[in-house]
Structures are given as C-alpha cells and as structure tokens.
Design a protein around this ligand. Structure first.
Ligand code: IMP
Length: 430
C-alpha cells in the first residue's frame, strides 16, 4: 500500500509529525517536490528536529528516504542537514537516494530570488529566499543544471560558465566566479555521488518487491504553482499530480491520499487569506500555536478554518481522509467560527475561486460553534475529547466531505488519536 501525505492548506499543516508517525508502516519515504523552503518539524524522543530537504521518515532506522526529480536540491543545505542529524546520533548511511534528474539550486539562484523580490516591491511574494523559484525557472527554461550533470565535468563546466555569465550580466555590480562555483560542485559531487540514482527505476523495483512507499508533500495545495493562489504560490506542484511527475511513477502507484490540515488556518508570505484574523484572536492563535516559520522564523498569518478551501483541496487531490492537527490550540476559546462559503460582489460562492482578484474580494461567511474549556491537549482517545470538540470535528467533516481520521492534540508523536474505524487506521497498521 502506497500513501501520499500532503498539505491541504497553505503549508505548515504539521505534515512532518504525521509522516513521522506513519513511517514505521512503510519501507520508503519519498519527497516529490519543493526544496529546503520546507520546514517539517518532528518531535521525537523529547527532541525537536526540523527537516527541510530530507524526508521526515529519516528519523527511523532502516527506512530508505528518496529525493525525487521534482525536488530542487541545494547541496550545501543537504549536507548541513545530514551533519546536523549526525550530531544528534542519526546516521544516513546508505538510506538516502537522490534523483540524478533533480535540479540543483546554485548560489546565483539565492541571489536572484532576493533580487526578484526586491524588484517586485509591493507585488512581492514573500518567498523563503532559498532560491527555489529561480532554480525552477531555469528548469523550465531548459538551462538548469541537474544532480547527474555533476558526474560529467565538461557538461557541468559549460552549463555553469554559461549561467554564471548570464547572472553577472544581469546583476552586474558583484561578479560571481564560475571557477569557484565549479570547484564547490566538484567537492559536492564527491560526497553526494554514492546516493545518486534513477529514482523512477528504484521505486518501481521496490514496488515489484512489495515494499510500501509513502509520498511526502511539501508546502500545501493552496501554494501549488497551478492550483494554488497564483501568483502567491511556490514554484512546484504540491498537489497529488506532483507525485507522478516528481518521482516518475504511474498514478496507479498511489493507493490513498491523506490530506493534512490544521483545525484553523495559517499562511506565511503574501497573498489573500479570506479568514485572516488580524486582532487579538489572530495574536492568540499565533502565540498559542507557536505560528512562526520553521525555516524563516516569520510570524504566520492566522485565521479560522476555511471549509471552502478544504473542499477544494479534497477535489484537487482526491483526499480519502484528513489528519486534523493542532486541535489543542483551540482549547479555551469560547466560540469558534468555520467559514462555510464566501460573499463576493454580492454573490455567494461555495467553490474556491481560481482568480486571485476574486479571492481577494471574498468575505468569509461564518457559522459559529461553541468552544470547549476542558483541554484536548494530549488527548489520545476520541472518547476523551470534550463533546464540543467532537461536535466541531463532526461539523468540519460534514462541510469538507471527508473523515478526520487522525487528530493531533500536541507536538509529541504520542499526542495523536487515530480513529480505529477510519480508512487511515489501516495505513497506521491498526
Ligand atoms: P518560495 O517557495 O520560497 O518561492 O516561496 C513562495 C511562497 O510559498 C511564499 O509565500 C512562502 O512563504 C511560501 N512557502 C514556501 N515554502 C513554504 C512552507 O514550507 N510552508 C509554508 N509556506 C511556504
């Protein structure tokens, strides 16, 4: 059984914890898009780990982790992460496979990211400044440099010289040294080469051998380059289609899709967020939920649960179930709101609009539900949740159209409720 776990909102839904929790029931965890813009936080054995590029399964012994062709790889960021884990006693050994077709993030991509944001001024996207967008731009423009190119000195040298010259012409004032970039890449290849392989072939053989795979998404549905709130999105396909293109697998390789969503909504960076709360309530969610970016430390924008956006994520990804995270952050709130539709230019919308100006003009229509005083924090059985929390979850399920099969009530692995009767129970080995 191969399952995809992906973000159903604007990223930061808590995918890291859910992937880590599911991992023991799989043999391989594969990332299919994004890069080290992701920040997947996992608490294990009382320690906090933030995984950026490495799949969140890496903390478990014996699990093979795969970085697919759809991912953009900054070799220095990858090594820094591997070194950090080594310091914490976690060894990668031969448990990592990196696609030879994955594109590299090079030093000029980071510069171009900053430059492009500065030039956009008011229209800036609020990127993570990791060079993600410019690396994908080069890929689509067919001038990108791939991991496998590092094996061939001539190919690498001519591509890097050409790209660095173009960068020097564009930026002008500070000239980048192509020889230095090349020397760094040669050193990087020496370290990376043992992990590099044909990921599509590796995964299809693994499937034939009956090994199960978890596909780990980064960012979220509404940050998807095609289906997100364009142009305020990332540069890759975070939605389900990215699994096939980003790993070289057929659609039938995916047996189930678990969407991860918070019990409320957050977004980091620019772009519309219909249920955003700017006052005290927003601050309360941010402080209680510790809503600060795992990669950049930026405060996240917070708001109520948006069932219109969630229904859209269910449709685009074919979600079978939801993992609902951070339920405990709502503990102690007197009253909760759920956005059930939007009002836009005098009309009621029940479907998520594809056009950014229209989304920006949408006002949320709310339904109020009672909050709860008895805490959900740390609850490990559904029956232990206060009745009002159970009512809130039931209403979200009704509005979203899929079961909330997994509920997360705290940051530790153990603070999780897996509903026994749910489809996800089988994925968790229940
Ligand atoms: P980029 O991916 O760095 O180009 O940033 C594009 C947009 O995606 C910005 O709004 C970022 O804040 C957002 N973004 C990128 N990665 C993540 C993530 O892992 N979580 C949440 N937002 C993200």
């Amino acid at each position: 059984m191969n399952i995809a776990v992906l973000g159903a909102q604007w990223g930061d839904e808590g995918k890291g914890k859910i992937v880590d929790l599911l991992t023991p029931n799989f043999s391989i965890v594969a990332r299919y898009q994004g890069g080290h813009n992701a920040g997947h936080t996992v608490y294990a054995g009382g320690r906090k780990f933030v995984l950026r590029l490495l799949p969140s399964g890496i903390l478990h012994d014996g699990i093979t982790c795969v970085i697919g062709n759809g991912v953009v790889v900054d070799p220095q960021a990858l090594f820094a992460e591997i070194d950090e884990l080594a310091k914490a006693g976690i060894s990668i050994g031969d448990r990592l496979i990196v696609s030879d077709k994955a594109h590299l993030i090079l030093p000029y991509h980071r510069e171009l990211d900053l430059l492009s944001e500065a030039r956009r001024g008011e229209r800036r996207i609020g990127t993570t400044s990791r060079g993600i967008g410019p690396a994908y731009e080069d890929k689509i423009a067919r001038r990108g440099v791939r991991v496998g190119d590092m094996a061939n000195t001539d190919t690498l040298s001519s591509a890097i010289r050409h790209n660095v010259e173009a960068r020097n012409r564009l930026i002008g004032d500070s000239v980048m040294d192509a020889d230095q970039v090349l020397a760094d890449l040669r050193a990087a290849w020496t370290r990376m080469a043992p992990w590099v392989a044909d990921v599509s072939l590796f995964l299809s053989r693994a499937r034939a051998d009956g090994r199960s795979i978890m596909f780990e998404g980064a960012q979220g549905t509404l940050l998807d380059i095609d289906h997100g709130t364009y142009p305020y999105v990332t540069s890759s396909n975070a939605t389900i289609g990215g699994v096939c293109t980003g790993l070289g697998l057929p659609p039938r390789a995916i047996d189930g899709v678990l969407g991860v969503a918070k019990a409320y909504t957050t977004r980091v960076g620019e772009g519309p967020l219909p249920t955003e709360l700017t006052g005290d309530l927003g601050n309360r969610l941010r402080e209680t939920g510790q809503e600060f970016g795992a990669v950049t430390g930026r405060p996240r924008r917070c708001g109520w649960y948006d069932a219109v956006a969630l229904r859209y994520a269910v449709r685009v990804n074919g979600l079978d179930a939801l993992a609902l995270t951070k339920l405990d952050v709502l503990d102690g709130m007197e009253e909760l709101q759920i956005c059930t539709s939007y009002r836009c230019h005098g009309k009621t919308l029940t479907e998520f609009p594809g056009e950014i100006a229209q989304l920006g003009a949408c006002e949320p229509v709310y339904e109020s539900l009672p909050g709860w005083t008895h805490p959900t924090a740390g609850a490990r059985r559904y029956a232990d949740l206060p009745k009002a929390a159970q009512g809130y979850i039931a209403r979200l399920e009704e509005l979203t159209g899929v079961p909330a099969a997994v509920l997360s009530t705290g940051s530790a692995r153990e603070d999780t409720i897996i509903r026994d009767e749910s489809v996800a129970a089988a994925w968790f080995g229940k």
